[in-house]
Design a protein around this ligand. Sequence first.
Ligand code: F6R
Length: 601
Amino acid sequence: MKEGAASPVIHDSLKRLEYRGYDSVGIATLHNGELQLKKDQGKIDDVHKLLNLDDLKGNIGIGHTRWATHGAPLKINAHPHLDCTGKIAVIHNGIIENFSELKLELENNGHTFVSKTDTEIIAHLIEDNITKNPKYCLADAVNETVKRLEGSYAIAVISTLEPTKIVCARNESPLVLGVNQNGYYLASDIPAFLPITNRAIIINDGEIIIISSEGYEIRKINDYSIVSREPKTIDWTPEMAVKKGYPHFMIKEINEQPSTLRNTLRMQDHYLDLISTFLDRAKDVFLVACGTSYHACFAASYMFSKLAFLPTYPVYASEFVEQHGKSVNIDSTILAVSQSGETADTLSSVTCAQQRAATILGLTNVIGSTLTRVSRVYIGQQSGPEIGVAATKTFTSELSVLAQLALRLSKKRGKVSQDEMDFLSEKLEKIPDIVETIICNQAKKVKQIAKKYKNAKVFFFLGRGISAATAYEGRLKLMEIAYVPSIAFPAGESKHGPISLIEPGFPVVFICPKDGSHKTLISNIMEMKARGASIISIIEEDDEIIKKLSDDFVEVPKGIPEILSPIPFVVPLQLLAYYMALEKGLNPDTPRNLAKCVTVK
Ligand code: F6R
């Protein structure tokens, strides 16, 4: 900033980003060539009350609110992180995949680490580069450092070595620069600086940006060539900016799935290995969760069975104690799945199992949540905060992590040939792109379907095999968001009772991947069609047979393996719930009677 202290401006901007999640906060500034730093765990207001974040001196600085990915939400893990000399401060969003290797290398070179984060290695790598190449300026050192990082990052670096500069770089994590006459404001999201300026430049993947009082310079990380890009005017209101221009969080989060799914492919091998080892040794495996997370567990029971030949019991957490409380024992393993990590029913199942000496494993989106504290081993699914009450991106991420666990276990048990493993791993890598294609190409069509069926009194959702889980999730989304009573069954069960509801025009949604049960599913479609049902099918794009049987269809790219199919096939169902809610004039982000995190039993 040209005038005034940076820290109150950074503090205000962090407050505007608090909706993205917070578990700790920190600010570092440069004043008279010295680094000043305050940070602690807790919400911004609480930390400010304790430390006064506004009285750091200097007109240049960096600040961060953290959504823990590596390391618990503790003061030592709060950003900014420093190098050994305390001269370089770094903040970072994203996940560094090769951080364990880099950390080991740096430790062998004599660096000492104080945190459990992946971020801290960046500060030490910059220090290392400067020590080994005394001619390097800060920007050179940052540029060389980011070339060694694998994964996603948006980083900002300041240093006493060049106390008038901020150097930032980006790969797959958002970074934007706000510009006005009084200064430059780099942030992960436009709302951070929108009240200060609406002139902004989006920094692209593979770019580094150097800011000083003289101006800004954007360069390509690869060849250090200059990029010229002028600021654009952002005409969003602050409310629109928080939703990235989308009208609701739910649709924003549906659209985030390609990127959140990519994040799930950056899990640390170590944790996947550990969890699959525990699953391998267990006598009984219970997959315990509520609501949408239960549907992920239900799908996972097919994955574990088909890939690793491991029978598992998916159980509603609210029923676990009654159903299995007496039979669970020291040989049992509980894999508890909870986006929030705080759902009361899930936690009470865990407590019951723990009291009976069972092993507790966790899968959650919130590092530092109770589930992470009570689990022997846990995996953070890295979806980022989910604000819409309906779980969308966190469901597909849970599925992706569970599929990876099933693959690990399969490999451990030698149950699937190397060729099939390679094929499935390759397909898993492609799932984010497939989901992107579905959202781009099919949203309009789903919107029309919602319009057509907006007055339907009730919906059926049917699928066979693992697609029964997709059907359950489609039903839950439509009920909770659009208040349309809905029924879901494994398609084969529909003729054992539910079919009596069918009369002409009754909408029945079929989930139709081209898997082993495809032929039988066609018979189930015929049964419904014969009774006058309106068939809405989610099909693979070359599925001409089901296309002909359907009144309406939504297409997903072909060639998706059965065990991965719930991930892409649920996306049109999320969109259907969303557009149905809009057709009915409802706000999909805040369905009545529901809370994002259910902390009562
Ligand atoms: C549905 C939904 C809920 C949650 C359930 C479990 O869209 O969000 O059904 O899935 O309350 O929550 P977590 O996963 O936080 O334990």
